[in-house]
Design a protein around this ligand. Structure first.
Ligand code: ZN
Ligand code: FE
Length: 256
C-alpha cells in the first residue's frame, strides 16, 4: 500500500483544506470543500486530479464548494446519509460503520451528531489519521447547533476509542482561543500550560497547530476531561456525571 499523502492548507478566515492522495491508484480526495478556488489551486500545485469529496457536514464552510468542484472535475461526492438533502451534489450516502476506499486506503465512517444532526467523521485506522470536521477541535469541540450535550458526548466517546497516536485533523484553527478558555477551567493543568506555550510559539511564527493527537487532547482538552477533579472543582460539579460536566463546560465556552 502506498503511503497516503496529506496536503493541508489554510483557507477562508480560519478553515483548513485537506487533500488526501494515493499515488498508486491515482486518486485524490478532499475532506470538505471550504473554498473551491483554493482547493483547485492546491490540486494544480500538486498536479493531482480530484476524484472524491468526503463531506463531514452541510455548513457552507464545509460543503459550499461541492458543486463548483464537481462541475470542474466530475468527482464523486460522499456524505452523511442522515443529512443527504443538505449536501449539494451528494452521490454516495454513508453512515455509522460503513467503509469508503480511497485507492488501497480504508476510511471508516462514524456518525457524530451534535454540531449538526448529520455530522460524520472519517477515520483511516491503517494510516493513523482522522478527519473530524467540526466535532472536535484542538482543546475544543464544535458548538451544539443541532444536538444535545448527551448526543455530542456520545459522539466524542467514539473518537476517544481510537489509538492515542491518532493524528486528528480538525477543520479550524481555533486552538489559541480554545486554550485560553481551557485554562479558565483547569488553570493548574501542567500539560495544558506547556501546550499553550507551544501553541503561542507556533501561532507567532504563522504555523498551524493542526493536526493534533488524541493523546494530547486527552491531556488538555477540557471537553474530553469531565472526569478531571480540578475541572469538576472549578465547575462545582464534584458529584455530577460526565454528561453534566461536558454540558457545563460547553455552556461556559459558549459565553467565553
Ligand atoms: Zn460547522
Ligand atoms: Fe466549520
Amino acid at each position: 500500500m502506498s503511503t497516503l499523502e496529506i496536503e493541508m492548507f489554510p483557507c477562508l478566515s480560519d478553515n483548513y483544506g485537506f487533500l488526501l492522495h494515493d499515488a498508486d491508484a491515482d486518486v485524490t480526495a478532499t475532506v470538505d470543500t471550504p473554498d473551491a478556488a483554493a482547493l483547485a489551486a492546491a490540486l494544480a500545485r500538486k498536479g493531482w486530479r480530484l476524484t472524491h469529496i468526503l463531506n463531514t457536514h452541510h455548513h457552507a464552510d464545509h460543503a459550499g464548494g461541492n458543486l463548483a468542484l464537481k462541475t470542474r472535475t466530475g468527482c464523486t461526492i460522499v456524505g452523511p446519509r442522515n443529512d443527504a438533502e443538505r449536501i449539494p451534489g451528494i452521490d454516495v450516502l454513508v453512515g455509522e460503520g460503513e467503509v469508503v476506499m480511497l485507492g488501497a486506503h480504508r476510511i471508516e465512517v462514524y456518525e457524530t451528531p451534535g454540531h449538526t444532526r448529520g455530522h460524520i467523521v472519517y477515520h483511516l485506522p491503517d494510516d493513523g489519521v482522522a478527519f473530524v470536521g467540526d466535532t472536535l477541535f484542538a482543546m475544543g469541540c464544535g458548538r451544539l447547533f443541532e444536538g444535545t450535550p448527551q448526543q455530542m458526548w456520545s459522539s466524542l466517546q467514539k473518537i476517544l476509542r481510537w489509538p492515542d497516536a491518532t493524528a486528528l485533523y480538525c477543520a479550524h484553527e481555533y486552538t489559541a482561543a480554545n486554550g485560553r478558555f481551557a485554562l479558565t477551567v483547569e488553570p493548574d493543568n501542567q500539560d495544558l500550560l506547556a501546550r499553550m506555550r507551544d501553541v503561542e510559539k507556533l501561532r507567532a511564527a504563522g504555523r498551524a497547530t493542526v493536526p493534533t493527537t488524541l493523546a494530547l487532547e486527552r491531556a488538555t482538552n477540557p471537553f474530553l476531561r469531565p472526569t478531571s477533579s480540578a475541572l469538576r472543582r472549578t465547575l462545582r460539579l464534584e458529584h455530577s456525571d460526565d454528561v453534566n460536566g461536558f454540558a457545563r463546560t460547553r455552556a461556559l465556552k459558549d459565553v467565553f
